[in-house]
Design a protein around this ligand. Structure first.
Ligand SMILES: [Zn+2]
Length: 115
């Protein structure tokens, strides 16, 4: 289960971050997940809930922001969202487009409360 190992690495990254902020309470975690990352937000949320049950992270909100698959057209200098696997530039029709996003799997932010 791919999502479970991702949830585990989020826990580890967040624990590490909290070490540098003693006493801070974690309220919310924002994750950025690209369409191409192959991660299912619902199963990730479920994995997170299972993993953090009865831990200090129980009840912490996991906010998942999904990012579309994007390509960039160098001649037109535009970035466009890919739909139906069409990677050609919608403006000039070239196939020579570059990857511009969609495989993100990042912690975007942590919302902490300091007593
Ligand atoms: Zn173009």
């Amino acid at each position: 289960m791919h999502e479970l190992s991702i949830a585990q690495s989020v826990v580890e990254a967040v624990e590490k971050e909290l070490e540098s902020q003693p006493g801070a309470l974690l309220r919310k975690i924002g994750l950025r997940i690209g369409e191409l990352s192959g991660v299912d937000p619902d199963s990730l949320r479920f994995s997170w809930e299972c993993l953090t049950r009865e831990t200090g992270f129980e009840g912490v909100a996991l906010v998942i922001e999904t990012r579309a698959w994007q390509r960039r057209c160098p001649p037109c200098d535009i970035v466009f969202a890919v739909s139906d696997y069409q990677t050609v530039c919608p403006q000039c029709g070239t196939r020579e487009t570059e990857h511009a996003g969609g495989n993100e799997l990042d912690i975007a932010y942590l919302e902490l409360e300091t007593p």
